[in-house]
Design a protein around this ligand. Structure first.
Ligand SMILES: Cc1cc2nc3c(=O)[nH]c(=O)nc-3n(C[C@H](O)[C@H](O)[C@H](O)COP(=O)(O)O)c2cc1C
Length: 369
């Protein structure tokens, strides 16, 4: 099944290979297919959804200054992450509750990510047991995103289970100690059916949903620097920290022992009107240089966005909502197609900018608007 036929009305296909993927159209198709409450949960941004939208605009508003007349006979998108070589720098971001989008939930996402050779960061809000998600793993690794909840014994039991199931890194999300408020998702809540539960962390406070009056103002995930230090010591696999927007915090994460920092504002889902990730990735990557790896997410919808992120110092990017749109439309295959097409777009962006390797994607390729 070709991506063009299945997803993208009006996009220009060359055989099985699509030249241009319009993710706005993809979102529209996914919206038609999903139950309204599932779409609201996926699209939700906090408050006025200012930053959820600006994340996208910020990458688009950066301008490219391409090199010309370079030999483009080979393009190499490979990258080393946490000491392991990968064919490309595109990862699946942790997003929860995939049974809202597809009956197989995270199993389908895992299969789709594996087929695209993309590392998959499984969300702790997954609806499928970690061991069953692990069963879909192929050569690309799976990492697991953790929230630290107040019962340390339960957190310990989970991280031991994850290590036994072969998850090769832990990603501690730190930007949502209290849930943000999304009027869109609060108005249109999904049913808390038995399927839609946090099956991997049954004792955690967010077993239902963030948009419940009981949760207002409650600190759900009380991680501090002390808990990060504990996790780094306790974990048998590398620890990453997700949700950092400041160089000083990023450097402290590295000093405490995090192997990578993911510059993220959670897709604008918790705190509205933060800085965009495009605005701060450069300064944070520079501060972390030689100390820890820097990844970024939020609003990345094009190969040119990925190239800009890498030019500004990111080592890899994570993709959130577009993966869900692919999942909702075509299950595992939809996930693969979204990731494959971003990779194809990255290759084309590299060719048009005269960058043959990721190392050649240097900061001078990008200029402000
Ligand atoms: C439906 C949904 C659920 C999410 N759940 C989580 C989560 O459980 N843990 C987490 O760290 N981030 C979560 N995120 C944030 C993503 O990991 C990522 O930071 C964000 O989606 C990136 O922006 P993008 O959607 O514009 O690509 C979620 C995002 C979405 C859209």
């Amino acid at each position: 099944m070709s991506f063009a036929v299945s997803f993208i009305a009006g996009s220009h296909a060359r055989g099985e290979c699509v030249d241009s993927v319009d993710f706005d159209a993809l979102e529209g198709l996914a919206r038609e297919k999903m139950p309204p409450a599932s779409f609201a949960f996926c699209a939700a941004g906090a408050d006025d959804e200012i930053i959820a939208n600006e994340n996208i605009a910020a990458w688009r508003n950066l301008r490219l200054r391409p090199h010309v007349l370079r030999d483009l006979s080979t393009i190499d998108t490979s990258v080393t992450l946490l000491g392991q070589k990968h064919p490309h720098p595109i990862l699946v971001a942790p997003t929860g509750r995939h049974k809202l989008f597809h009956p197989q939930g995270e199993r389908a996402t895992a299969r789709g990510a594996a087929a695209a050779n993309a590392p998959y960061v499984v969300a702790s809000n997954a609806n499928v047991l970690a061991e069953d998600i692990a069963a879909e793993r192929k050569s690309a690794p799976q990492w697991f995103q953790l929230y630290y909840w107040p019962n340390q014994k339960e957190v310990e039991a989970l991280i031991d289970r994850l290590a036994a199931a072969g998850f090769s890194a832990l990603v501690l999300t730190v930007d949502a100690p209290v849930p943000g408020w999304s009027p869109r998702a609060a108005r249109l809540q999904h049913e808390p059916t038995p399927e839609i539960r946090n099956i991997n962390m049954p004792g955690s406070p967010m077993a239902r949903t963030a948009y419940h009056p009981d949760f207002v103002g409650k600190v759900m995930y009380p991680a501090t620097w002390r808990e990060l230090e504990w996790l780094v010591k306790r974990s048998r696999v590398p620890v990453l920290v997700k949700g950092v927007l400041r160089a000083d915090d990023a450097v402290r994460c590295a000093e405490v022992g995090a192997r990578a920092v993911i510059v993220s504002n959670h897709g604008g889902r918790h705190l509205d009107t933060t800085v965009t990730t495009a605005a701060v990735i450069g300064e944070i990557a520079a501060a972390l240089s030689g100390k820890a790896e820097t990844y970024v997410d939020g609003g990345i919808r094009r190969g040119t966005d990925i190239l800009k992120a890498l030019a500004l110092g990111a080592r890899a990017v994570l993709i959130g909502r577009p993966v869900i749109w692919g999942l909702a439309l075509h299950g595992a295959e939809g996930v693969t197609q979204v990731l494959d097409h971003l990779r194809i777009e990255l290759v084309r962006a590299m060719q048009l900018c005269g960058a043959r390797t990721l190392a050649e994607i240097t900061s001078d390729l990008v200029a402000p608007h």
